[in-house]
Design a protein around this ligand. Structure first.
Ligand SMILES: NC(=O)c1ccc[n+]([C@@H]2O[C@H](COP(=O)([O-])OP(=O)(O)OC[C@H]3O[C@@H](n4cnc5c(N)ncnc54)[C@H](OP(=O)(O)O)[C@@H]3O)[C@@H](O)[C@H]2O)c1
Length: 452
């Protein structure tokens, strides 16, 4: 019975020490991963900083491990001493046998802890070095580096496109900067960009709509990317035919920006683009940008009054797109988002960033809603509060859900001359860094195009 109790106690102590060390190391490892993820900054300067942080973390981990080992050892010794004393005092007949057993067990637990600590520590240091090296190499490849890779092969329901034009969107550089982690990028190495137009050169098993030689435009998933290349693979259901009247550059502008403008207007704001439906007062912010310039043109196909915001240099440009009134966002009236003719907005297609809901509120109709294309944590909080309080004025975070039929509709509008892609600039693939920097700069008028 005594031996049985002793075994239980020893087992409990051993298990506890294992759990404690596991918790300490798992927590430390997760913390390190988060910290290094947080430091994923592109640029040569990041390398030294990242390595120093990794060294610092490694030495802290070693110190923590030693400390944990000391603590565990002391606890084990103390427990053994107490148990040994108590037992030897009361059970004289089995005293020497128990004493021997306890010494043996204490030594083996000490050995186990030592082995565990050194093994975990070894693996841990290696893990840190690998993470640092991987992160650095991945980001190095992603920042302004051109690499030769083999052309992808189309799988089932996919087409291989020889890219003639690709367009950039803010999400591309946000993804590169790690702003969408831990969801995106989902893998490395990652070739960015989702909007492409070109010619089908190969089709995968099961593809019915396309054959080699067809001119197309496609939305590549943000998870796969691949557009900033000579060849890209696209899903058949997100690829649509491109008529000869629509150039590759014009078509390449459409997938993310055009589809987002279309979704915000038709689904979120309830505008009918055939002109039917009740009249709606709209505010479109950042109307000179990729999404905004499509949004103004599409909105004017419906029964709408459009107030738009942009910088002073783009006032005429945005008026030319069809906006009924235009505000310079750097003037007091522009910053207040007030319609010059006193309109109250039924919906705001908010393409700019950093405007609190309180700035829109006085300008909204009683059931007006702000459709936020770049939702932040604050937007989600406002969304939740408005829902919970059943407020009639709403903030709606928008997430693009691309649909092939809508892309086809937009291509037809371009073909019919009812929608145009305004091209800010064209850049050869070999100078894609310039296009990238321009997108990050945030002052494009319309779409930035890259051509292989
Ligand atoms: N939720 C989604 O699915 C989704 C899809 C696409 C885009 N987005 C987001 O929507 C936003 C807009 O995208 P985009 O492609 O249109 O960007 P963009 O093309 O880079 O926008 C640049 C334009 O915005 C104008 N601008 C910047 N701040 C402004 C302000 N406060 N008021 C008025 N105009 C302003 C700039 O004019 P100046 O040069 O005069 O400053 C420039 O012409 C981005 O944050 C993007 O990430 C979200």
């Amino acid at each position: 019975m005594v031996l049985f109790l002793l075994k239980i106690i020893f087992l409990a102590v051993t298990t506890l020490s294992n759990i404690v060390s596991r918790i300490i190391f798992t927590t430390a490892a997760s913390f390190i991963c988060l910290l290094i993820q947080g430091l994923k900054v592109p640029g040569e300067a990041a390398k030294g900083g990242l390595e120093q942080v990794a060294d610092l973390i490694k030495s802290c981990a070693e110190y923590l491990a030693e400390f944990a080992f000391e603590v565990v050892s002391s606890v084990v010794s103390a427990v053994f001493d107490v148990v040994k004393e108590g037992l030897l005092g009361s059970v004289s007949a089995t005293g020497s046998a128990i004493g021997g057993l306890m010494e043996q067990t204490r030594n083996s637990i000490d050995g186990l802890v030592k082995e565990l600590v050194s093994e975990v520590l070894g693996g841990f240091s290696e893990m840190v070095s690998t993470i640092v090296a991987d992160l650095w190499n991945n980001y190095k490849d992603a920042v302004g580096y051109h690499v030769e890779v083999t052309a992808p092969a189309p799988k089932k329901d996919e087409v291989l496109i020889k890219v003639e034009a690709a367009s950039l969107n803010p999400v591309d550089w946000k993804l590169q900067k790690g702003m969408l982690r831990p969801i995106l990028p989902s893998k490395f190495p990652f070739i960015p960009v989702s909007d492409v137009a070109g010619e089908v050169v190969e089709v995968g098993f099961g593809v019915k709509k396309f054959k080699p030689g067809d001119k197309v435009v496609a939305y590549l998933s943000l998870f796969s990317g691949g557009g900033l290349a000579e060849f890209a693979v696209a899903k058949e259901n997100l690829t649509v035919p491109r008529p000869p009247e629509v150039s590759a550059a014009e078509a390449a502008g459409l997938p993310i920006a055009g589809l987002t403008a279309h979704q915000a207007l038709t689904q979120s704001a309830g505008v009918k683009l055939d002109g039917s439906g009740p009249r709606k007062n709209l505010l479109i912010t950042a109307a000179s940008g990729g999404v905004g310039h499509y949004a103004v043109q599409l909105a004017k196909l419906g029964n709408t009054h459009v107030t738009a915001t942009c910088g002073a240099r783009n006032l005429d440009f945005v008026k030319g797109l069809g906006a009924d009134e235009v505000l310079d966002y750097k003037t007091p009236d522009g910053a207040a988002l007030k319609s010059p003719s006193g309109q109250k907005y039924d919906a705001v297609i908010h393409c700019a960033t950093g405007t609190p809901f309180s700035a829109f509120k006085p300008n909204l109709s009683p059931t007006g809603k702000v459709i936020d294309l770049t939702p932040s944590f604050g937007s989600f909080m406002t969304f939740a509060v408005k829902k919970l309080t059943r407020s009639k004025k709403q903030l709606v975070p928008l997430f693009g859900v691309p649909k092939g039929e809508n892309l086809d509709y937009l291509v037809q509008l371009v073909k019919e001359g009812k929608l145009k892609t305004v091209i800010d600039s064209k850049h050869p693939l070999s100078e894609a860094e310039e296009a990238w920097a321009k997108s990050i700069d945030g002052h494009a008028i319309g779409k930035i195009i890259v051509e292989p």
